[in-house]
Design a binder for this molecule. Structure first.
Ligand code: ZN
Length: 415
């Protein structure tokens, strides 16, 4: 079993060790007699850093994992050196002395998130009797799942406030080792499911006591701050996203930038953004309604004018017209008005832009088949479309040929 130095000191970033095993599959990896590298477990992600041999061969530690029998595996990549050739991990022999260096900024961040989680979980338990059932640490935020059927805004805010008070009080965070039997009488917030005899306890003075193998700060002040973010209902309760320490500052900074950019669009103060956005949406809704009404009126007027200037031939008023800068909806509206205003109208309409489209329509009861006529026209123009006996529509790839196609159909219908 690897001696885990981080069990006793989370701030140990630099250590000496001896290579015990060199693995080459699936990836090159070292197993050392002792390590300060934290392997991914208990919701906390692994450390990164470097391992350098006494002969100065340097390897980047890219991932650290636990084995079932208690060894810590350091997955490594050789670091190129301009002076000499790369050294293969396989060149290191068991017994080689090495020095391990942990990426301290990453470790510090993980300690802040993980210790922040202990404080937050204890706060939800104390205030609202909501136990934490799982913890997840992602690259930009963390989350806990609470076993509760409901979670209010007030509960979120008071847990956040209490957690930050505990941070401000700079309480000691002690590491203790006890037997499982001793632990049973201590009232732990969390007991691990494994059958280990010795338990490692993380004791946040007079606030939280739980068994945990992770890396934690030495005093709560080092967590710096906790900011609660999104909450959502999940299968077994409620998920609460949070960020601690520098992540909280970085997240608040990003939120502020986003809000400032949005506020500038409205020429408003950031706190007035919701009100301004609501006002704009209301305006858009009103304008959309007004536009619909105007289109109706325009289509009705245009239909009346077209019918007035079209002579009735053999009991039929054939209106042929190609429009520009009108969308398909308007053309359909116009066709509808034409066939409703007159009982004898046949409309062959088209628009060239924004999307070249055609609409054929006839007044109810007339004997032609607009759907069939449209299909035939689409075949000629290379478009797609169809419809019913009285109304059909189609779209074509280009406006070229629309006019001549309409003219040909009109001549056929007049014949
Ligand atoms: Zn922990």
């Amino acid at each position: 079993m690897t001696d885990r130095l981080y069990y006793h000191d989370s701030f140990l970033y630099d250590f000496d060790a001896e290579v015990r095993e060199v693995l080459d599959s699936p990836r090159p990896a070292f197993i050392l007699d002792r390590t300060a590298f934290y392997p991914t477990s208990g919701g906390q992600v692994h450390d990164t850093g470097s391992i350098t041999s006494d002969a100065n061969a340097k390897f980047r530690v890219t991932e650290v994992a636990d084995t079932e029998d208690g060894r810590v595996v350091h997955y490594v990549e050789a670091v190129s050196d301009n002076q000499k050739n790369d050294t293969n991990p396989g060149d290191l022999k068991p017994g080689t002395r090495v020095r391990g260096l942990i990426d301290a900024a990453r470790r510090r961040d993980h300690m802040q998130q993980h210790s922040g989680q202990h404080v937050l979980s204890a706060a939800f338990l104390r205030l609202d009797n909501m136990p934490t059932v799982s913890f997840h640490m992602a690259d930009d935020y963390c989350s806990i799942d609470l076993d509760t059927p409901s979670l209010t805004k007030e509960q979120i805010e008071s847990a956040e406030r209490l957690a930050n008070e505990i941070i401000l009080e700079n309480r000691g965070v002690d590491i203790r080792f006890v037997t499982r039997e001793e632990a049973g009488n201590l009232g732990l917030r969390k007991l691990p499911p494994t059958e280990r005899d010795e338990l490692r306890l993380i004791d946040i003075r007079d606030f939280d006591l739980s068994a945990c193998g992770g890396t934690h700060v030495a005093q709560t002040g080092q967590i710096a701050s906790i900011l609660l973010r999104k909450t959502e209902k999940v299968r077994q309760g409620w998920r609460v996203e949070f960020v601690a320490g520098q992540r909280a500052v970085a997240t608040a900074r990003r939120d502020f930038s986003t809000l400032t950019e949005t506020a500038a669009l409205f020429s408003a103060h950031i706190y007035d953004v919701p009100q301004q956005a609501r006002k704009s949406l209301d305006e858009i809704r009103t304008l959309r309604k007004q536009r619909e009404q105007s289109q109706e009126e325009l289509a009705a007027a245009q239909a009346a004018a077209l019918l007035a200037e079209t002579a009735e031939v053999s009991g039929r008023k054939l209106v042929v017209r190609t429009l520009a800068d009108r969308d398909l909806n308007f053309v359909k509206l116009l066709a509808q008005k034409l066939t409703r205003l007159s009982p004898h109208a046949v409309a062959l309409l088209a628009t060239t832009s924004p999307q070249p489209s055609l609409v054929f329509a006839q007044s109810a009861g007339l004997p032609l088949d607009m759907g069939a006529l449209m299909k035939e026209t689409m075949t000629k123009l290379g478009g797609r479309g169809g419809g019913s006996k009285d109304l059909a529509q189609g779209g074509v790839p280009s406006a070229d040929g629309i006019d001549s196609a309409l003219k040909a159909i009109a001549e056929k219908l007049m014949a």
